[in-house]
Design a protein around this ligand. Structure first.
Ligand SMILES: NC(=O)c1ccc[n+]([C@@H]2O[C@H](COP(=O)([O-])OP(=O)(O)OC[C@H]3O[C@@H](n4cnc5c(N)ncnc54)[C@H](O)[C@@H]3O)[C@@H](O)[C@H]2O)c1
Ligand SMILES: O=C(O)C[C@H](O)C(=O)O
Length: 313
């Protein structure tokens, strides 16, 4: 019997998509298809050829295809959607909602056609609302439609904690819940370094500054770049989620999932801790929250509801 190779399609070959494709190939997680619009087929093929030529130097074997044809994405195990426009300085992610809803919808119509059994991971912003658009368009069960925000937001939070304490990032644990906006909720009470609660190591006012820097972490990079948004850490986050699914790792990480009563929200896509494995989202964890934490999460949920409600698909 032939051994089946994993197939991962990345839609959108811009900054996040092409970086993700390279990281997936470097980790040898499967055959990678990088897909963009027909007008950008040659640049997409060029990026892919360049990636392949990095293989002998970095020592990875990969099959990567650059394309604009959904036929190449047929029967993908995972489809990652990065297609869409990115914000510029002065914009919020929500300003992208109408343009990107149309793009994500058209991408998902094709994904539904060629890869009906796939697990779909959405990155395009505003990502909570775009995960809703994908779910509605795909018609897949909720465990197979996953949005990315929490891995990235948590990574930023952990980076700042590690910098503050001058310790390894590997020893920092934390969780960021809620929508991928400026009122996301880094959960300080559940954050630790080497098992030691950060509240015993960092003064409260510095923790408050770290929380605020995390909340506007995407905007900090948008301002510095001047034209476009972050892509290295977002790509790394997508790769972590992909690996969790393809290797059935049963990782507990924050993702955007459809909430049906969890945390008191119904019919809302928002970031919560979940178990990721071969079935996609296999379980949602409901953490005990204080009244203050719940109020912060309610505020974030209101923002997600507001942007989701303007989507017309
Ligand atoms: N959720 C997150 O944490 C997070 C993190 C980073 C970026 N993002 C979002 O991801 C999106 C992409 O960011 P980027 O930096 O890669 O942008 P980018 O402009 O570099 O790349 C986007 C690509 O999408 C392609 N595209 C547009 N319409 C398409 C379609 N119909 N089919 C296929 N491809 C299409 C474009 O041609 C372009 O190559 C943005 O919306 C950005 O805000 C989200
Ligand atoms: O900030 C952005 O617009 C991109 C992304 O959502 C991020 O957080 O880096």
């Amino acid at each position: 019997m032939a051994i089946k190779r994993n197939k991962i399609t990345v839609v959108g070959a811009g900054f996040t998509g092409s970086t993700t494709a390279l990281m997936l190939a470097q980790k040898e997680l499967g055959d990678v298809v990088l897909l963009d619009i027909p007008q950008l087929e040659n640049p997409t093929k060029g990026k892919v050829l360049d990636m392949l030529e990095a293989g002998p130097v970095l020592k990875f074997d990969a099959r990567i295809t650059g394309t604009s044809s959904y036929g190449d994405a047929a029967d993908s195990d995972i489809v990652i959607i990065t297609a869409g426009i990115a914000r510029k300085p002065g914009m919020s992610r929500d300003d992208l909602v109408n343009t990107n809803a149309g793009i994500v919808k058209s991408v998902c119509e094709n994904v539904k056609r060629v890869a009906p059994e796939s697990i779909v991971i959405i990155l395009s912003n505003p990502v909570d609302a775009m995960t809703y658009v994908a779910f509605r368009t795909l018609g897949f069960p909720k465990n197979r439609v996953i949005g990315q925000s929490g891995v990235l937001d948590t990574a930023r939070y952990c980076t700042f904690i590690a910098e503050e304490l001058n310790v390894s990032v590997e020893d920092v644990r934390g969780f960021v819940l809620g929508g991928h906006g400026d009122d996301m909720v880094p959960l300080v009470r559940y954050s630790s370094v080497g098992g030691i609660p950060i509240e015993t190591l960092i003064p409260a006012e510095r923790i408050a500054e770290i929380v605020q820097r995390t909340r506007v972490g995407g905007g900090e990079i948008v301002s510095l770049l001047g034209n476009g948004s972050a892509y290295y850490a977002p790509a790394a986050s997508l790769v972590q989620m992909t690996e969790a699914v393809l290797k059935d790792k049963k990782r507990i990480i924050p993702v955007i999932a459809l909430l049906e009563g969890e945390y008191g929200y119904d019919g809302l896509f928002m970031g919560i801790p979940a178990l990721l494995g071969a079935e996609g989202i296999e379980k949602i964890f409901e953490l005990e929250l204080t009244a203050e934490e719940k109020a912060a999460l309610d505020k974030s949920a209101d923002s997600v509801r507001a942007v989701t409600s303007v989507v017309t698909i």
